[in-house]
Design a protein around this ligand. Sequence first.
Ligand SMILES: Cc1cc2nc3c(=O)[nH]c(=O)nc-3n(C[C@H](O)[C@H](O)[C@H](O)COP(=O)(O)OP(=O)(O)OC[C@H]3O[C@@H](n4cnc5c(N)ncnc54)[C@H](O)[C@@H]3O)c2cc1C
Length: 356
Amino acid sequence: MNIYTNCSLLHYNTFGIQVRADMLVEYESVGELKQALALYHERMGEKPLLHIGGGSNLLFLCDFKGMVLHSLVEGYKVVGEEGDDVLVRVGAGMTFDDFVSESLWRGWYGLENLSGIPGQVGASAVQNVGAYGTEVGSLIEKVEGVSLSDGSQHSWKGAECGYAYRQSIFKQELAGQYAITYVTYRLHRTFRPQLEYGGVRQAMAEAGFSEDTLTAMKLRQVILFIRRQKLPDPAVQGNAGSFFMNPVVSKREFDSLCRRFPGIPGYRQGEDAFKVPAAWLIEQCGWKGRRWNDSPAAVHDRQPLVLVNKGGARGTEILHLCEDIQTDVKKKFGIELRHEVNIVAPEGDLDDIDDD
Ligand SMILES: Cc1cc2nc3c(=O)[nH]c(=O)nc-3n(C[C@H](O)[C@H](O)[C@H](O)COP(=O)(O)OP(=O)(O)OC[C@H]3O[C@@H](n4cnc5c(N)ncnc54)[C@H](O)[C@@H]3O)c2cc1C
């Protein structure tokens, strides 16, 4: 177990926000996690407790005056085989994309379209990460966790986790209550490529890959290629991927939007709803590539869904940018944009945070 006090979190958040935590504890096993929790309850009293993964979906607004937990529980093991399916239990601290790559080498398919998503395995189950037509929730068999309040161990079947677009019970009714320790994925021995989404076929053709000879590894290369074209690398420019979720509106609202804004894109969601790309809404409001108030907080110049730190931005500047975008989108389209990124603020009023 590694214990750091007054620790910089600069390398624990991909936005690259310079904040500190009173204490950061990294643990390598469930036993060590329980020791860390005992330490927290003994020493930190009423102070807040936060579990982070790779920090690729977090925005810190100020120093964290409490304990931050970080999992180093790695490794994976086959725990079952059922027909074509293989059940693999993976440590929550493993880098998600390392497991995606490893699974494909092993001939376990299903995660290929999720290649290149930053962060850890544990957070994949919290966030229900998704990309190119696949959501991880559809491949999760079981999630294991430890209660942060009393150290007791729990598990949830995939179907109990409430998975929906970027949602799970771990972001809703159980938010902040459990440390996820292991995730069991249900993968398949047969490769069934999903190619319908977001320019995958076109990128395949450009790479000279035909559908007949496509392998999961080749599909991974295609996905990684598309992602590199579209998304800024956090190592070069701080960001947390898509800052906002794509809003879903009713058919009636969408029809009315189409009359007012001919050409507005929308993708049918079931019978009576449409998903509208938030990037389009943001661009129409003139925010693409713009900075907030001459600060280093800006909207990415190629992908308006991504807010970036051009160097030395404060969390509050990114938050102000987020709020101004939300206001403008609401004013122009009547649509509420919800942020996907988890904002870490002190308890109480956001206005209390020192902006200087
Ligand atoms: C360049 C870039 C591209 C991205 N692309 C995508 C994409 O295509 N699709 C997508 O869905 N997301 C994407 N993301 C967002 C992000 O990668 C995912 O949300 C990822 O799952 C976050 O993982 P993390 O380990 O960094 O979690 P963190 O950001 O550290 O935490 C996210 C949330 O999970 C909680 N958490 C983390 N670990 C645990 C644990 N072990 N136990 C309990 N709670 C925990 C945290 O408290 C927090 O609420 C992208 C981000 C970046 C920077």
